[in-house]
Write a protein that binds this ligand. Structure first.
Ligand code: UGA
Length: 458
């Protein structure tokens, strides 16, 4: 490995972004303090127990223990860090605006504990509305003023583009690194922090191999405002792309085309690209729903109408209703029927259920008087603690959930569901109806096993 000067870093917030970033930077040789107010989280992480489900995380926790410290506050180490990364949650408010309480609390704490002379680069990695880099700077300055000192710090915006379930891969092998900063010092320090990633001169972690076709990432420097908008625009574009293919899936169904063939046919055009063209029940998660809402809210604040984005959101939620319509057109009467919902997570390889399509679909089914059985390989505990419906039956396998059911509604594209013997399950169901909310299985196979199969756009 080429020798690069290692930095001391503090990463505040141990969610998907904070923990993954902290671990990756520790693996690359930096000294990292991961900070979280929640003592239980810190205790677990110190004992090497991951607090989120993410492939490869547990092994990396063990491997990085020499470079990694876990703390409940920044006070003890702020005087020795070069970069402090803010990666705390930024939930949605009722009106679609973003709640910056946690970000502002970190900024206050920085202002209260920053030593007078040590230079510090503060990095906004949380997804934040336009102007938050400025806001963080103002909050820190106000606190420093109270203390009668000026301090020596700068604030940069460095949005994150990692996907849950592939978080480590996306952190070690990004397409680009975006740094929004007003000063050269911040840019140089962050270039140094990311240099192993920019140059790819590290030995890949065992469970996170470098993709064969991977090319060195671009280092994009912009104004903080552009960086903030890049983050929202990227997520809004991807969300719109999924809604676009879902809208086309609807017309494909009407005219008798197959959306998988259509998606392949358009995705091979390099200007369009094949990813995010998978039709189905639509997007959920902590990012697309929140970020589209936040961007629409920004438009509203500026008196700027965003009809395209509004439509993308509308199409997305229509997909959830479509699951119910598919059930109505197959099993006909929902009341008194048993529906096995497979998949609670908003996407595979995560236990995250935030804004998952399953939440709305289950709620609607219960309201309509169906008996609901559910199964998910990892997200069941999470779902149960957030939605403690008495009437739901939790199954321990796909087979158990489907037994005696009138219909199966598959809502998450877990690979496990591909390896189930549907041939053996079919005879155990009351009515053999299969609603494939992710177009995961092959229609011909399912029909061969006796299922009435409905997918999106086929
Ligand atoms: C998304 C972005 O992809 C990341 O780049 C970004 O960093 C992240 O949000 C964030 O802002 O933190 P994530 O929400 O983890 O990542 O998940 P995606 O893989 O983007 O999937 C989002 C949703 O779209 C899922 O519900 C997925 O099932 C759905 N989807 C995705 C489709 O329905 N079809 C597709 O073709 C692709």
């Amino acid at each position: 490995m080429k020798k690069t000067e290692k930095l001391n870093l503090s990463v505040v917030g141990t969610g998907y972004v904070g923990l993954t970033t902290g671990l990756a930077l520790a693996y690359l040789g930096h000294k990292v303090h991961c900070v979280d107010k929640n003592a239980e989280i810190i205790d677990k992480l110190e004992r090497g127990i991951p607090t989120i489900y993410e492939p490869g995380l547990e092994e990396l926790l063990k491997e990085t223990s020499d470079n990694m410290h876990f703390n409940s506050s920044i006070k003890e180490h702020i005087d020795m860090v070069d970069v402090l990364i803010i990666a705390v949650g930024t939930p949605s408010k009722q009106n679609g605006d973003t709640d910056l309480t946690y970000v502002e609390k970190v900024a206050q704490e920085i202002g209260r504990s920053l030593p007078p002379d040590n230079p510090l680069v503060v990095v906004n990695k949380s997804t934040v509305p336009i102007g938050t880099a400025r806001r963080v700077e103002t909050v820190i300055k106000e606190e420093l003023k109270e203390r009668g000192i000026k301090g020596n710090f700068s604030v940069a915006s460095n949005p994150e583009f990692l996907r849950e379930g592939a978080a480590l891969n996306d952190t070690f092998y990004p397409d680009r690194l975006v740094i929004g900063a007003e000063d050269m010092r911040s840019i140089n320090v962050l270039r140094q922090m990311y240099s192993p990633i920019l140059e790819q001169n590290f030995v890949p972690p065992r469970l996170v191999p470098r993709p064969e076709d991977y090319r060195l990432p671009a280092f994009v420097t912009t104004s903080p405002t552009s960086a903030e908008l890049i983050k929202y625009a990227a997520n809004a574009f991807l969300a719109t792309k999924v809604s676009f293919i879902n809208e086309i899936a609807g017309i494909a169904e009407k005219v008798g085309a197959d959306i998988k063939e259509v998606a392949r046919g358009i995705g091979l055009d390099k200007r369009i690209g094949g990813s995010f063209l998978h039709a189905g029940v639509g997007w959920g998660g902590s990012c697309f729903p929140k970020d589209t809402r936040s961007l629409l809210h920004a438009g509203q604040q500026y008196g700027y109408n965003m009809p395209l984005l509004k439509a993308a959101v509308e199409v997305n939620y229509r997909q959830r209703k479509k699951i119910i319509e598919m059930l109505q057109s197959t099993i006909k009467v929902i009341r008194g029927s048993t529906v096995a919902v497979l998949g609670l997570a908003f996407k595979p390889n995560t236990d995250d259920i935030r804004e998952s399509p399953a939440i709305d679909v289950i709620e609607e089914l219960l309201e309509m008087g169906a008996k609901v059985k559910v199964y998910d390989p990892v997200a069941m505990d999470n779902y149960r603690s957030n939605f403690p419906y008495q009437e739901i039956e939790y199954a321990s396998s796909v087979e158990e959930a489907s037994r005696e059911a009138d219909a199966v509604a598959l809502l998450t594209d877990w690979e496990d569901f591909l390896h189930v013997s549907w041939k053996d399950i079919a005879p155990q169901m009351k009515q053999k109806v299969f609603i494939d909310g992710r177009n995961l299985l092959r229609e011909e196979d399912m029909q061969k096993y006796g299922f009435t199969y409905r997918g999106f756009g086929c």
